[in-house]
Structure formats: structure tokens, C-alpha cells
Design a binder for this molecule. Structure first.
Ligand code: DMJ
Length: 668
């Protein structure tokens, strides 16, 4: 650069001289080379051969060259590679990863003189270390890049399989670490009627086969499109879930469907479900779930699968899950929260519930499963929790002898005075009766509580419409709302089931009441276009058993009406119940079946209904199971030996006359 500048300097000096020379009107002012420049006589012709001045065009060209040269030199100055700039760039990422030894050292020794030899050696060693670190980082980057490239080349399925293998490994390792505690061996209750239940005649058998085929379609669709998710979206053909399961993916449909598969003899499907549970069902998830729903669907489903198949894994999983629910009972009164976080154990209530209350049908629907848990584990905690709830309720005043749907778990006071045999109240009454039945009719306290509750319900809530239909209304602050929900229709079966053993020999009356409710609920189906029942129906101003509001016209594959047909069939063998059941099968198959499973419909009064795109897990657990049982012989799961929980999971009667449950000595 120095030589370039030097030649530029001499060249421009020559040009400058030429320029001056040409423009001089006075003798030269500056010596150019130690000699004087001779003066020129004005007007004398300048050199024809030795011209002293330049022409304008020449001047212009010279100026052009000059400016081009200047531009070139400036360009060279700014754009030629500059070591210092490169240095700064190099230090970008690596300086973050490797401490820059040189600058550190410089800082440390800035005030000292560098001692040659020592400092030089150090510097060399640091440089080597720095280099080797850089090499390592480079190698790591390359390896990561290579791995990423390989991953991108893999198909979605291969990746999924890899993730699954890793997951299984982690689960296996965890299992090995805290391994399930072995449960104490308890005598298996006598299991009667785990049989084929062949109905005998070919027509009934054919109908039963059709129901089995529907179960297979529902299961296969879920298997294909929603496997592992809680439920299925049969139109979108993908997984589905709702807030009752939190944000968990716990395969609710698998657990809920297991016993139906077993009863129907779908053994490959059952095995498939069992394998999924063994490998994937894990409750250490950060999910806020409904205590009630998890109890009736998961614990109930797992216990029923255990009793039917004898496979230990179901019992172990049921107990693991139950342990996760126990923190929900940590409230000032012992009335559990509606929801609990399975990981943290923190509980709370639904935001929509009256004054922060817990719901009667939720905290009142734990007894069956919890008594079985104590029986199977020897742990008195489960039994004590549900008996504590019973005791607390027994001490409370009941407005008009009715149980309100809401109870505050902090204060132990009732919330709004609403009473219902449908949503929010229903299975509380059901479990009082079933507590008595499952104890081999020894739990007379439960029976008495049931009888008293039903007596008050009959007095205040059950009426006959102008058209002669018996219905169960809803009690709201001293006023009867003449509306009945689809959920309430289960009560027909409950009255029939409780008929035997009712006080004052009213068995005939309750069987009759069951039949009347079954009839009313059948009417609610029959008075629609699709022959499927609406969610709620009125008995008001000339309208009977018909939904009025648009948002009450849907059918979401619910079981309650069919459940009542089945109980009524078992107690009466009146063929109309099979006839009504078959009408429901045909309607469901016609209007709810789609290529991806079964869906609920939004309006049962429309000939062109739209789908809600949900295949509820209770469709496989309950609706199809009750239909199958309706077309089976009574030998399959006889009601003297089995009690069905509120999600239709059969649990064997425990002969509690001969067994003392741990914890029961102090409770009774
Ligand atoms: C089921 O989950 C249970 O039967 C519950 O008791 C209330 N109803 C749903 C199905 O409709």
C-alpha cells in the first residue's frame, strides 16, 4: 500500500505541476526541481512540438484519470480484507463457549511485563486447549447435524415407534425402581355367571350379534383413529378429550370398554387393550381430573376387568390410581373436591357449582369402588373415606327430606336447594341402594338411607302428566320444574332393582313405578323423528315428553333409557323391553353410525341431523353393554351376584356378613 501511495503521490504531483504550468500568467512561484522555470512570453505561440499548456479535453481526461485513481485507492482502503474484522467475527459463537484465553490473559497481565519463555509457553498451551475445544465443538455440531439429517429422512411411523420404545424403556426403568407393592392376597369372591349368555333362539341371537358387530365397529374405529386418546372424534377421525380428564391422555375408552369386550367374547381386542394398559397407562401426569369420572370409568372399569379376567395388572393399576385420588379428600369436612391434580394432589371445585360447592352425585358416587379397594388392598383408608361422607350427610338437616345437589366442602353447609334424580343428584341415590346390594344386603344403614330418600322424592318430585305419563321433575327452591332429563331415565331401573327389600312390602309399587318411568322415557324416544331421545323433555302446556329448547334436543349416545329397559326385562321378561331396545339399536345404527365410529346427533327432531363428532367412552362401556345383556340370557352376570356401578362396570357381591373389612370395626 505504501508503494501504491508513493506512485500515486508522484503522479499527482506531475499532474499538479502540469496544471500550474498551463495556468500560469505570472512566473512560476514554486520551484519544481531546483531549477527556475523560464518565463514565457505572452502571446508567443506555444509549442507546436513542445507545448507548455494542455488542451481542455486533455485536462478533462487527466482529471478523469485522477478521480478514478482516487476512487481505486479509497476502495482498496475500505474493501481489502482486514484481519481485525475477521477476528471479531470468529469470536462470535466460540467466545460464548470457550473463554477467550488471549484477551483474558491480556487483561490479567496488562500492567506487567511479559516474561519471555514463561508467558510464551502458557500462551502456546492455552492456544492448544482453545484449538482442541474448538475442534470438539465443531465435531459435536457435525454429529448433531448428521443426526438431525438422519431423523428427517425417517418416516413419521419410524419416528413414532422410536419415541414409543424410548417411552416404554423409561416406564420399565421406573417400574423397576419403585416397583408396584405386592397386594395382600384376598379370596376372590365367588364369580357366578361369567358365561356366554347365549339367548337360545336364533332371532335374539341374530340381534345380539348385530350389537356385537356395532361394538366392534366402535372399538376398531377408536383403535384406528383415536388409540390412547380418551375418546374419539368419528367424523374428523382423530382423538378427543374433555375437561373431565384434564389434559391427560389416559385411554379412557380402552379402560371403559374392557369389560364389554370381555363379556362379548372379543378376546383379541381385550388383549390389545390390556397390553396398552400394561405399557402406557400411567397416572403420574400433571392433569386435573374429575374425581367422580375417574372413579366410575377408570377405577370401576379396571376393577371389573380384574374380576372378570383375573389379570392382576388391572387391580394394581386401579389401586395406583385410587392413591392419586385420595388427596382430594383433604378438605375441612372430608367431603372431596370435584377435581384433583393427579401429580400435585391439589384439589378444587367446578367454577360453575353453587357457592364453591361439591356435587352430591360426585362425592356420593364413590362407595362401591372404594369398598372394593379396601377389600382388595387391606387398606382401610378407602372404606373410611366413604363412610365418613355417609355419616356427615346423616347428621345434616334435609329441606323437605330432600338432599340438595350442592354441599360446601369447607363449611359443610348445603348450597342452593336444588334436588334432582337426574344430573347432579342421580347416582348418589343409585349408590345407596347398590351399597346395600353389594354387601350381600348386610349394609342396612345404606338401605334405610335409600328408602328415606326415595320416599321424599316420590312425595315432592314424581308426578303424572295430563296425558298420563309418570315423570320425575326437578326441585328448585321449593318449586317443581316439570322437566325430566335423559339422565333421570336410569331411575326406572333403579326402582325395579330396589323393589325387592323395600319397606312395607311395596315391592309391587316400585316395580310398577319402574315400568312407568320406562314407558315415559320410551315415549320421549318415540315422539322424535330419529326415534332417539332428547337430552331433556318437558311436561308443560300441552307438550309431553318433548324437548322445547334447541339446546336440549341432542342425543349423545347416552345409556340411561336402555339401562332401564334391561333392568325391567330382567325383572319382568316383558317382551316390549326387547322390542324397545331393538328400536334403539336400529336408530343408533341408522343415524349415529359413520365410517369412523358412532357419533352423537344435535337434533333428534330433524330428519337431517348434524353430528356432534364425539364417540363417548360410555357408549362402549354402557349403551352397547346394556343392549347386549338385553339380548342375552339371564345367566350372564346374574343380578344376585353382580352389582353394576354407575358406568355399567359389574362388580361382584362381597359377602360382608362373613368378611370384616379393615376399618369397618371402628366405623360402624
Ligand atoms: C355415565 O358416565 C354414567 O352413567 C354417569 O352416572 C352419568 N351418565 C353418564 C352417561 O350418560
Amino acid at each position: 500500500n505504501v508503494s501504491v501511495f508513493h506512485s500515486y503521490y508522484s503522479y499527482s504531483f506531475v499532474l499538479y505541476r502540469a496544471f500550474l504550468y498551463q495556468n500560469m500568467t505570472t512566473p512560476a512561484l514554486l520551484p519544481l526541481s531546483g531549477r527556475r522555470i523560464p518565463t514565457l512570453s505572452p502571446g508567443a505561440s506555444s509549442f507546436p512540438h513542445h507545448r507548455a499548456t494542455l488542451r481542455l479535453s486533455e485536462k478533462f481526461i487527466l482529471l478523469l484519470i485522477l478521480s478514478a485513481f482516487i476512487t481505486l485507492c479509497f476502495g482498496a482502503f475500505f474493501f481489502l480484507p482486514d484481519n481485525s474484522k475477521h477476528k471479531r467475527f470468529d469470536f462470535g459463537l466460540e467466545d460464548v463457549l470457550i473463554p477467550h484465553i488471549e484477551s483474558e490473559k491480556e487483561a490479567r497481565h496488562s500492567s506487567r511485563q511479559v516474561i519471555h519463555g514463561v508467558g510464551g509457553h502458557d500462551e502456546h498451551r492455552h492456544r492448544e486447549e482453545e484449538e482442541s475445544l474448538r475442534d470438539k465443538i465443531r465435531a459435536d455440531h457435525e454429529r448433531a447435524l448428521q443426526e438431525a439429517k438422519e431423523k428427517l429422512r425417517k418416516s413419521k411411523e419410524e419416528l413414532k415407534a422410536e419415541i414409543q420404545t424410548e417411552k416404554t424403556k423409561v416406564v420399565e426403568d421406573l417400574k423397576k425402581k419403585d416397583g408396584p407393592k405386592p397386594l395382600p392376597p384376598v379370596p376372590m369372591p365367588k364369580l357366578v355367571g361369567v358365561s356366554d349368555g347365549d339367548p337360545g333362539d336364533s332371532d335374539t341371537k341374530e340381534k345380539r350379534d348385530k350389537i356385537r358387530e356395532m361394538m366392534k365397529h366402535a372399538w376398531d374405529s377408536y383403535r384406528q383413529y383415536g388409540w390412547g386418546h380418551n375418546e374419539l372424534k368419528p367424523i374428523a377421525k382423530k382423538g378427543h378429550s374433555t375437561n373431565i380428564f384434564g389434559n391427560s391422555q389416559m385411554g379412557a375408552t380402552i379402560v371403559d370398554a374392557l369389560d364389554t369386550l370381555y363379556i362379548m367374547g372379543l378376546h383379541d381386542e381385550f388383549k390389545d387393550g390390556q397390553e396398552w394398559i400394561e405399557q402406557n397407562l400411567d397416572f403420574s401426569v400433571n392433569a386435573e381430573v374429575s374425581v367422580f369420572e375417574v372413579n366410575i370409568r377408570f377405577i370401576g372399569g379396571l376393577l371389573a376387568a380384574y374380576y372378570l379376567s383375573g389379570q392382576e395388572v388391572f387391580k394394581v393399576k386401579a389401586v395406583q390410581l385410587a392413591e392419586k385420588l385420595l388427596p382430594a379428600f383433604n378438605t375441612p369436612t372430608g367431603i372431596p373436591w370435584a377435581m384433583v391434580n393427579l401429580k400435585s394432589g391439589v384439589g378444587r371445585n367446578w367454577g360453575w357449582a353453587s357457592a364453591g360447592s361439591s356435587i352430591l352425585a360426585e362425592f356420593g358416587t364413590l362407595h362401591m369402588e372404594f369398598v372394593h379397594l379396601t377389600y382388595l388392598t387391606g387398606n382401610p383408608a378407602y372404606y373410611q373415606k366413604v363412610m365418613h361422607i355417609r355419616k356427615l350427610l346423616a347428621k345434616m338437616d334435609r329441606p323437605n327430606g330432600l338432599y340438595p345437589n350442592y354441599l360446601n366442602p369447607r363449611t359443610g353447609r348445603w348450597g342452593q336447594h336444588h334436588t334432582s334424580v337426574g344430573g347432579l343428584g342421580d347416582s348418589f341415590y343409585e349408590y345407596l341402594l347398590k351399597a346395600w346390594l353389594m354387601s350381600d344386603k348386610t349394609d342396612t344403614e345404606a338401605r334405610k338411607t335409600y328408602d328415606d330418600a326415595i320416599e321424599a322424592i316420590e312425595r315432592h318430585l314424581i308426578r303424572k302428566s295430563n296425558g298420563g305419563l309418570t315423570f320425575i321433575g326437578e326441585w328448585k327452591n321449593g318449586h317443581l320444574e316439570r322437566k325430566m332429563g335423559h339422565l333421570t331415565c336410569f331411575a326406572g331401573g333403579m326402582f325395579a332393582l330396589g323393589a325387592d327389600g323395600s319397606p312395607d312390602d311395596k315391592a309391587g309399587h316400585y316395580l310398577q313405578l319402574g315400568a312407568e318411568i320406562a314407558h315415559t322415557c320410551h315415549e320421549s324416544y318415540d315422539r322424535t323423528v330419529l326415534k332417539l331421545g332428547p337430552e331433556a323433555f318437558k311436561f308443560d302446556s300441552g307438550l309431553e315428553a318433548v324437548a322445547v329448547r334447541q339446546n336440549e334436543k341432542y342425543y349423545i349416545l347416552r345409556p340411561e333409557v336402555i339401562e332401564t329397559y334391561w333392568y325391567m326385562w330382567r325383572f319382568t321378561h316383558d317382551p316390549k323391553y326387547r322390542q324397545w331396545g331393538w328400536e334403539a339399536v336400529q336408530a343408533i345404527d341408522k343415524y349415529c353410525r359413520v365410517s369412523g365410529g358412532f357419533s352423537g346427533v344435535k337434533d333428534v327432531y330433524s330428519s337431517n341431523p348434524t353430528y356432534d363428532d364425539v364417540q363417548q367412552s360410555f357408549f362402549l362401556a354402557e349403551t352397547l353393554k346394556y343392549l347386549y345383556l338385553l339380548f342375552s340370557s339371564d345367566e350372564l352376570l346374574p343380578l344376585e351376584n353382580w352389582v353394576f356401578n354407575t358406568e355399567a362396570h359389574p362388580l361382584p357381591v362381597l359377602h360382608l356378613g362373613n368378611i370384616t373389612l379393615p376399618g369397618s370395626e371402628t366405623q360402624r
